[in-house]
Design a protein around this ligand. Sequence first.
Ligand SMILES: Cc1cn([C@H]2C[C@H](O)[C@@H](COP(=O)(O)OP(=O)(O)O[C@H]3O[C@@H](C)C(=O)[C@@H](O)[C@H]3O)O2)c(=O)[nH]c1=O
Length: 187
Amino acid sequence: MSMKFEKTSLDEVWLIKPKIFEDDRGHFLESFRKEIFKEKGVEYEFLQDNISTSTRGTIRGLHYQISPFSQAKLVMAVYGEILDVAVDIRKGSATFGQYFSSILNDTNRHMMLVPSGFAHGFSVLSEKATVAYKCDQYYNKESERGVRWNDPALGIDWKTESAILSEKDKNQPLLKNIQEKDLFKLT
Ligand SMILES: Cc1cn([C@H]2C[C@H](O)[C@@H](COP(=O)(O)OP(=O)(O)O[C@H]3O[C@@H](C)C(=O)[C@@H](O)[C@H]3O)O2)c(=O)[nH]c1=O
């Protein structure tokens, strides 16, 4: 098995730990293998790959797209270190409003699978970090939504002293002010 799938405190959010092969040159790993994800019942057809680079103290998020452009994301830090965060925003879920966070870096090579129904964000803990993620739906500007990174109802510990944010992210709504039509429903 070239990667280990670990359940998290949030149903459907997975922490994936690839097998790392080290030698004198450095290391090698398989970062995605469709058949292994399928064995775990995690079947996505990824349509878009994204890369962003950010400086220490940057927080990107919390972001999601609403239906029919909702996205599952497979996230990894190809360079540097981030705290990756997923928040359950599925109305009717036992863990609605709860978050799971984990450190992803270029040494542990851990990945987070953030399914549709969750808002996603990360903070940058190293001088610079390059994050790459696969998405199973295309970017659609009109479907973009967000939740405020420092919403007290979420109480996320971003493990950073500063918060470098986009203008958009400074003004995201609190979870309690988001209309039901702009969230997900657990059926
Ligand atoms: C996300 C995205 C942005 N863009 C453009 C829009 C904008 O001009 C520029 C920067 O976009 P943003 O400020 O939204 O980038 P960013 O804040 O990095 O947004 C990303 O944050 C992380 C946490 C996620 O989970 C992603 O899904 C995505 O929302 O790139 C695309 O063309 N395609 C895309 O898929």
